[in-house]
Design a binder for this molecule. Structure first.
Ligand code: PLP
Length: 377
């Protein structure tokens, strides 16, 4: 990337430095295609996962409905990232889409039979199905093969948000039979603000951004250095995937064991079976704690983790993912996600286990902001 920043040309310009920038972009496109098992022409560069999800969902919906006015159903899972759920809801509010959410079990895995029934009820009205490869909060891996099998019986396109799975799970666009796949650079160790939508040749996607049509279905001058960095990070992650996964799985299991040892009532969320969850994900609910308080207490000890909660009017709301899994809202509010990556070490895990008991104790004593609704005087 440092070398690429010395090239000042615009990849759409015809002069020499423009051609140099174009070369960087096209080499990156080939690298990314090689890493994801697609053709270079199927890679559409975007500003990241959020834009790719929006492009796939709105773009597929508009193109499918233009082909047949009856196609107005959008089916997605109840545990998607907001980058999927919000454009789906937006289509429902502004474009007359009929939204169907696939329920999940207590581990966060979609109910494939429910999906089959939703599709079978009126397959001709389904515009698209969008199901993530793996959940960003609880790490649960979804049965994509089954989703693709159900959709392909009726020629329904499938979009998959693979932001959490790229470089971690064994993804192959062509073999997996997906029509559109979202990937984001910063989740594979690349720069922020760049990503791609991989869209199968022949799949029509209406553009969101209109302008110079720099990319198929996407206008806007490309950030060649960021794209070069994205490609370098993705190929490194894919090439080292097996070694990295084997290493972080050991760390994750040590983290889970350690947390259970020092906070015995902590509840592990997501699939307890190792193969059913992302290798670097451990997600716990701590009864009696406010997740945000615990997060800040751990942050003060140099341990960075996240909650899945959003704030509404200053009050933390439990994560929609945990609620969809049937987790009690009070318990859900005390949840934290610990993510391990290629640079994580056993010393990081040990530091967490050392800091956690005091943090949980303090968070429990601090109590929670509440709004009490009581009929008692
Ligand atoms: N989808 C999932 C599953 C994610 O985890 C994220 C980001 O965390 C996104 C989409 C959004 O990607 P970006 O941050 O590149 O916009």
């Amino acid at each position: 990337m440092t070398a690429a920043y010395a090239i000042t040309g615009n990849a759409s310009s015809l002069h020499a430095s423009g051609r140099q920038a174009r070369k960087l972009v096209e080499e990156a496109r080939e690298t990314i295609a090689g890493a994801l098992g697609c053709r270079p022409g199927e890679v559409i560069f975007t500003s990241g996962g959020t834009e790719s999800d929006n492009l796939a969902i709105k773009g597929l919906f508009w193109a499918r409905r233009a082909g047949d006015q009856r196609r107005i159903q959008v089916i997605t899972s109840s545990v998607e990232h907001h980058a999927v759920l919000d454009p789906v809801e937006w289509l429902g509010t502004h474009e007359g889409a009929v939204v169907q959410l696939i329920p999940v079990d207590s581990h966060g895995q979609i109910d494939v039979d429910a999906l089959r029934e939703m599709v079978a009820a009126d397959p001709g009205s389904v515009a698209l199905i969008s199901v993530m490869a793996a959940n960003n909060e609880v790490g649960t891996v979804q049965p994509l093969n089954e989703v693709v099998a159900i959709a392909s019986e009726h020629g329904i396109p499938v979009h998959c948000d693979a932001v959490q799975a790229a470089g971690v799970l064994d993804l192959n666009f062509a073999i997996d039979g997906i029509d559109a796949l979202t990937v984001s650079s910063h989740k594979v160790g690349g720069p922020h603000g760049v990503g791609a939508l991989v869209a199968a040749r022949g799949v029509a996607i209406e553009a969101l951004l209109h302008g110079g049509a720099h990319e198929r279905s996407r206008s806007g001058t490309l950030d060649a250095p960021a794209i070069a960095g994205f490609a370098a990070a993705l190929i490194a992650a894919v090439d080292q995937r097996e070694q990295t996964v084997a290493r972080i799985e050991v760390l994750r299991d040590s983290l889970i064991k350690g947390v259970r040892h020092v906070v015995p009532d902590a509840v592990l969320q997501g699939d307890p079976v190792a193969s059913g969850r992302l290798p670097g994900n451990a997600h716990f609910s701590f009864p009696g704690c406010e997740g945000d308080a615990l997060l800040m207490l751990l942050d003060a000890r140099g341990i960075e983790c996240s909650t899945g909660s959003a704030c509404t009017a200053g009050i933390p709301e439990p994560s929609h993912v945990l609620l969809a899994m049937g987790v009690d809202p009070e318990l859900a509010r005390g949840s934290l996600r610990f993510s391990l990556g290629s640079t994580s070490t056993q010393a990081d895990v040990d530091a967490l286990i050392e800091a956690l008991p005091a943090a949980v104790d303090r968070a429990r004593r601090a109590g929670r902001p509440r709004i009490r609704i009581s009929s008692e005087a």
